[in-house]
Every structure is written in C-alpha cells, then in structure tokens.
Design a protein around this ligand. Sequence first.
Ligand code: PMP
Length: 367
Amino acid sequence: ETLARPGVRGLRAYDPGHDLVALRRRYVEAQLVELGSNENPYGASPQAKQAIVDALAGIHIYPDPLGGDLKRALAKHHGIDSANLLLGNGSHELLMQFAQVFAGPGEDVVASKFGFAVYALAAQAAGAELRLAPALSRDAAMPRGHDLAAVLEAIGPRTKLVYLANPNNPTGTWFGAELFADFLARVPEHVIVVVDEAYAEFVDAVDFASALPLVARHPNLVVTRTFSKAYALAGLRVGYAVAHPQLIAVMERVRESFNVNALGLAAAEAALADAEHLQASVAGNAAQRAALAQALLARGLKVSPSQTNFLLVEFGDDAGRIESRLVSRGVVLRPMGGYGLGECLRITVGTEAENRRLLEALDEVRA
Ligand code: PMP
C-alpha cells in the first residue's frame, strides 16, 4: 500500500456488486435472475457467435494490433474516418486511460455527482484531484441527472478533463442536444470533454442527440461507446472512442499493443453488421422498460426516467432489506450505497419473464 503512488493509496477498486460467481453456483437449478449489471438479456447476434467460432482457428496468433477491420466497419457505420477511432478492452479501459494521459498531480478532473463510478476512480488513480459538480435535485425532471451549468462552473484553471455520461449510469437520465451544444461552446478548448455514450443505442427520446457529429468541429471532444450493452458482448470486452485524429494518436502511444482480443474484434464486427438483431434488442428493451417502470410506479415506487436498459428506483429506508431479501430469492439487483444512494436500487430491465419473476419476488418481500 505505502509503495503505491499517492493517488492509488486508499483507492477502492470498482465494485461490481455481488459475488455473482458464487451466487450462480448456488442457484444453478432455481436460475438466478440477474438484473444487477445492465447486461443485455436477449444475447448476442447469432452472426457474432458464428464469427467467434470462425475466429477460433486463429487464436494461436496475435490479433491485429490496430483492429483495422473493426475500425473500418465502425468508420463506415458512423460516417467518420478510421483515424478518429480508438479501440479498447471495453470502454472502461479507455475511460481510465484518458485520465492517465491527460491529467495528473496538481491538475483536476471534473465529473458530476451520481456520474458513473469509474470517472472518480480514473481521476484519483491518475493522481489528479476530482471535482464533483452538484447534480440536479431528486425532484427535477431529470432526477439527480447531470447539471451542465454546474459542471461548467466546476471547471477551473487546472481542469484538464471532464467526464459526462449520456445517458448516465446509475441515474438513467440524459441531457438534450441543445443543452450540450451550448455547454461545449463554453468549455475552454484546452479542457477535454469525454462523453460516455455506453447506452446510446437504447435511446429513443427526441431531445437526445449523440455527441458524435460534434467531434468533427471540436478537437477537445471524445465520445466513447461500447459493445457490452445493446450489442450484448459484455463478456468479450470491446469498446471504442471517437475523437480528433491527433487526440487518438496520443492515446495510441500508451495503449497496450493487443488490447482487443481476436474473438472480440471478430464478434464486434459481425455484431455491428447485424442491424436487425440490434434493433430487436433495442425494441425489446424499450417495451420492457416501459412495462417495468409502469409496474413499479403502480406499486407506489418512485422511478427515474430512463433512456437506458435499467431503472433507478427509490425504495426509501427499506432498500437494503429488500435488496438482500431479493438475493435470497435468487433475484440480483444493484445496491446503490456506493453512490450515496442507499435508498435506491438499480434494476436492469430484463426479459418479460425475468421482470415478472422480479415483481413476484418484490411483492413477496414487501408484503
Ligand atoms: N460507461 C458506463 C456509463 C457504463 O455503465 C459502463 C458499464 N457498466 C461502462 C462505461 C463500461 O462498459 P464496458 O467497459 O463494458 O465497455
């Protein structure tokens, strides 16, 4: 501990919630309902699975260190250039690395209260100071969502990097295109703005727009995406960032040479090509998200608006007790104490059958 750099001392590692491996072992027959990690219950594209099988023949050789095929496919998909793209072993890796590269001791990183937990970890691990902007109130239209005016105010002369998630985890909230454009225009050009769009494919709100098209005009803007959520490839760890070629080139210098494995590269490219499968996942999620929110509201619970594949739900003082009683019934949700939201639980939107089991178990434990 004392041998580590000051920023790393006392850091708490990212908390993935429960020990799922142990729980899975315990619930082999009863089947665990896993609604704690925002995974996609519809599974990956059959074409992606086939691509993995095909790629197995080549796993004795190193993967393409540049991920050229996947980058070309992504460039075409987003109407950008391969030089705008950086691939990561999940977007988590890239989020950590931005702080390592752009911020350090004596500098600060700005994020929002109730923003995704990795931003704080990234800032602290880099030895930079974390400045948390206050979030919107719990009664706002976007409860506990990012307050872009407050984020702007938190940016100071030593700020190197800003992390925003749109939509955000764990709140599920989002900010509109106009608000963001206005925000970006006011951020000093030497401050890098990372917009984490891990859940963007799930969004159907008309006021939302991806920040991707703005990259062409803003050399300090980075947008991250992932294959873990809507593309259902969480187990393979593939994410990417889109930014100005010069920023990407700097990041490429510190990237581990073969950070994305051969199976991940093959599967991501095939998943990207299967638009129909993606659409089915997104439509299934939207329908179940609305139905689950409705069912929870009907039970008198406060549910945050969400454009993601999860819901942040207020259970009040009972949250911890309900959560542990649900686990003992084989239903795993995510406790929110680590976010200072001990009164809330985060519920991943499951399939219709999973949501039904959740609601049945919830009615039992709340009775
Ligand atoms: N950003 C957000 C907002 C997330 O919720 C997650 C996953 N929980 C990630 C990034 C990281 O995803 P991955 O590393 O699987 O791409």
